[in-house]
Design a protein around this ligand. Structure first.
Ligand code: NAP
Length: 247
């Protein structure tokens, strides 16, 4: 059985992705940082539907915790073939002149360093040069990497720009090792993340300015992620799907 890791799999886009991956026959490692109950709910739902899943707690910004998480995955049966770098954070809407080094570093530690560390551990398990069977990585970036998120969170947008460059560079490093690396850039999606930015109703406020006139659902992003991971996308690497309603 193929095993997939979804970081931040306990809610929002990660939750929807975990459920879809399990329906496609993957054993899913559902990562979370603090909300164990939410992650257990996802695993329980997958099992109810006849799928296989387990939770893995780790703060992806912490190198030792990332290494321990992958060791935990190694101890399960199954072949590790898929990584979804989905966990990401943002903070209260603010202008650049209000940002502190502490905040910027926290955003980058999770969104950028965390994604790098998970890629590193995944490549060591999937790469032909390590004796692996190959596999695929999808980095969940954001339309913000193109738009910059002015007046809201340029730090977050810049971290997503770094993720896009990671996607490009790593895809070229491991293309000959049987690993494909792609990105999905969601637009405004109905999840709890916007409350972390201080505006729970942000999607509905901005929706009229989206060409498709609506926000997106987590499942609409999950389907793009799933497709990039699948054999349907077997000749596709180092590229991005903008899933943002035309934004
Ligand atoms: P969300 O609802 O806020 O969920 C975030 C998930 O990430 C939670 O499961 C959380 O676990 C986990 N997480 C946060 N920090 C972590 C860490 N350091 N280590 C491990 N897990 C961590 O997020 P979302 O809206 O679904 O977004 C998912 C991804 O899509 C993010 O990368 C985000 O930037 C991107 N995105 C979202 C939107 C949008 O409109 N929602 C748009 C563009 C891009 P705990 O709850 O346990 O902390």
């Amino acid at each position: 059985m193929n095993t997939a890791l979804v970081t931040g799999g306990s809610r929002g886009i990660g939750r929807a992705t975990s459920l879809l991956l399990a329906q496609q026959g993957y054993q899913v490692a559902v990562n979370y940082r603090q909300n164990a109950a939410a992650a257990e709910d996802v695993v329980a739902l997958i099992r109810q539907q006849g799928g296989k899943a387990f939770t893995v707690q780790a703060d992806i910004a912490d190198e030792r915790q990332v290494v321990a998480m992958f060791e935990q995955i190694d101890r399960q049966s199954g072949v590790f073939t898929a990584l979804v770098n989905n966990a990401g954070i943002l903070f209260q809407q603010a202008r650049v002149e209000q940002l502190t080094a502490e905040r910027i570093n926290r955003v980058f530690a999770t969104n950028v360093t965390g994604s790098f560390l998970c890629c590193r551990e995944a490549v060591k398990r999937m790469g032909h040069h390590y004796g692996g069977q190959g596999g695929a990585i999808v980095n969940v970036s954001s339309a913000a990497s193109r738009l910059g998120a002015p007046g809201e969170y340029v730090d977050y947008a810049a971290s997503k720009g770094a993720m896009d460059t990671l996607t490009k560079g790593l895809s070229l490093e491991v293309a000959a090792q049987g690993i494909r690396v792609n990105g999905v850039r969601p637009g405004l999606i109905y999840t709890e993340m916007h409350a972390d930015g201080g505006e729970p109703g942000r999607v509905d406020r901005v929706a009229p300015a989206i060409p498709m006139q609506r926000g997106g659902q987590p499942e609409e992003i999950a389907r793009a992620i799933l497709w990039l991971l699948s054999d349907e996308a077997s000749y596709i690497t180092g590229t991005f799907i903008d899933a943002a309603g035309g934004r």
